[in-house]
Design a protein around this ligand. Structure first.
Ligand code: FAD
Length: 518
């Protein structure tokens, strides 16, 4: 059984027990990766329930160090979430809604702790938005049963995708494994179900006496990051200025992007120096911005007021945001991708390299391919990398270096501020040709050609590799081959660690061997 079905079964089997649960003293919304007050389905439902019954709404967030470990959550991301919680706490307090944040060391203890807190607060109803990773779905199934036993109604609802997983099927009734037909179905589904794009109400104000009743929750503070996820002072300064937290920032970014940049998105999105993409991924992945909000606002900015037709920048951007839904649908339907397995089982037989030396050169941006190294420097400095560069470095690692793509996937999660299992796994699967709807295995990016095509003036390279800033003209793409070896050598920039043709031929032969093809 898929974990989503386990949750479904738990909901069905507890229906009787949950039927007559009456609201007691409060209703709880459990925040997870939905750190916003606006257009948040679970929060809206919880608020409505509380209002109808005339009781306070309480917001809860659990810091789970073991979940951070299990999901390889990067320290900048943990810090981003905690900064967002500070903002959220203030915003909610203005509505007389307390936000209580607690660290629960053992992830196994999270369900029982949620129940204990509900009992303490006299809460009979808990709402949350569903997260689609295997462990999370199983936890929610467990909570559904545990809560029902204790006379608490636990409601986990679909919110993070624009179209909930499971709603789209091919004509044969199957889950799509190819993006293009899936996307056509996604658009058609939204045309026939426009309510999926409607905005959920922000929570209403609690009655004043909630301040008295839950004073300790209002007075509580946001815990520090777990010790192994703390940023040092320099990192704090850097990440706080690069990535201001919270939903207000997310909305400002979205509005600016829609007003100033989206018109040229399609032509410019592949050029890493152009600064032309929305830089909203950290907000989507931590839920400070809902994908529904973004798609709705993009649609409303379109001349057609539709998801298709009209402005190609807008429709192009909507189709990128849809990739996020696609990969989550894939995860829900094929949960084994959470278990370190390639989406395409036949790719499990490729003989990968585990050279630590080569891997470290890639991680540190010391491969001797300027576009690859610039991109890795961007990742290591910003916790972010441009999409085109993510594809280039992932292809270089898995094909030229033949290193197991899972090592790269892991490194990305440990460093990205926008790390999201489904999108990251999907991107690595695409680039290494082992995933869903991938790049064909025989398509091997030539890093030099990618560099010349997508960073023609070498602006991106010069920004992230200051050691090459004095290299002029086209030599920037390959300083040792194009007459800039003196500058490169003087500044300790390495020679290419592998020759392109050698890497390409070896990858082709190893992929063919693994697939049992001639
Ligand atoms: P825009 O171009 O403005 O796109 C808007 C939004 O659409 C993004 O914020 C993102 O939510 C979504 N989106 C765009 N492209 C993709 C895509 N290919 N797959 C899924 N969603 C997409 N994205 C993550 O959010 N987290 C990850 O951990 C992640 N890992 C990746 C790993 C690899 C190897 C690759 C090739 C891609 C990965 N992506 C990941 C997708 C993509 O690179 C980023 O979403 C994008 O660069 C974010 O920048 P932006 O917000 O300016 O994007």
């Amino acid at each position: 059984t898929r974990p989503i079905e386990e949750l479904q079964t738990a909901i069905e089997e507890t229906a009787e027990a949950r039927k007559n649960i009456k609201v007691k003293n409060s209703v709880v919304h459990w925040f997870k990766r939905d750190l916003r007050t606006q257009d948040n389905k679970s929060l809206a439902l919880a608020s409505e329930k509380a209002k109808d019954a005339g009781v306070p709404l309480i917001a809860l967030f659990i810091v789970s160090p073991q979940d951070y470990q299990a999901h390889l959550t990067s320290s900048p991301r943990v810090d981003f979430e905690l900064r967002t919680l500070q903002i959220l706490k203030k915003d909610l307090a203005q509505l007389d809604i307390p936000l209580y944040v607690e660290t629960v060391e053992k992830r196994k203890k999270v369900p029982s702790r949620v129940v204990e807190l509900c009992n303490e607060w006299g809460a009979s109803h808990v709402f949350c938005n569903i997260e689609y990773e295997v462990d999370e779905l199983r936890r929610e199934a467990k909570l559904t049963r545990l809560c029902a036993e204790k006379g608490i109604e636990f409601s986990a609802v679909h919110d993070t995708c624009v179209v909930p997983p499971g709603e789209l099927a091919s004509q044969q009734g199957k889950q799509y494994a190819v993006y293009s037909p899936w996307f056509r179905a996604w658009i058609a589904h939204l045309h026939s179900n426009p309510d999926l794009l409607e905005k959920y109400d922000s929570p209403g104000k609690n009655s004043k006496d909630s301040r008295e009743k839950f004073k300790n929750l209002f007075d509580s503070s946001i815990p520090d990051a777990p010790a192994n996820k703390m940023l040092n002072d320099e990192e704090k300064k850097r990440f706080h200025s690069l990535w201001p937290a919270g939903e207000h920032e997310a909305h400002d970014r979205l509005d600016k992007f829609l007003n100033q940049k989206i018109g040229h998105y399609t032509e410019t999105r592949n050029y890493p120096a152009a600064n032309s993409t929305a830089l909203l991924s950290v907000h989507f992945s931590s839920g400070t911005l809902s994908a529904r909000t973004a798609v709705r606002q993009a649609r409303d900015a379109n001349t057609t007021k539709k998801l298709d037709g009209g402005n190609s920048g807008i429709t192009g951007w909507i189709s990128e945001v849809a990739w996020r839904d696609f990969y989550k649908h894939v995860l829900v339907h094929w949960p084994y991708i959470c278990m370190n397995k390639p989406f395409k089982p036949e790719y499990a037989n490729i003989e990968w390299s585990y050279s630590e030396d080569n891997f470290q050169k890639w991680c540190q941006g010391q491969t001797g391919y300027p576009i690859v190294d610039a991109a890795m420097h961007q990742l290591n400095h910003m916790g972010y990398m441009h999409n085109r560069c993510r594809m280039i470095v992932a292809s270089f690692l898995s094909k030229h270096l033949l290193i197991d793509w899972r090592k790269g996937e892991r490194y990305f999660m440990e460093h990205l501020i926008d790390g999201d299992f489904a999108s990251n796994n999907g991107g690595w699967g695409f680039s290494s040709s082992t995933g869903v709807d991938p790049q064909p295995y025989f398509r091997i990016f030539n890093p030099l050609m990618q560099s010349e095509r997508f960073d023609p003036e070498g602006e991106y390279i010069r920004k992230w590799l200051p050691e090459l800033k004095d290299v002029e003209g086209k030599a920037i793409h390959a300083p040792y081959e194009r007459g800039a070896e003196k500058i490169a050598a003087k500044n300790n920039y390495p020679k290419p660690m592998i020759e392109h043709k050698f890497g390409r031929d070896r990858a082709l032969s190893k992929y063919k061997e693994g697939l049992g093809r001639d």
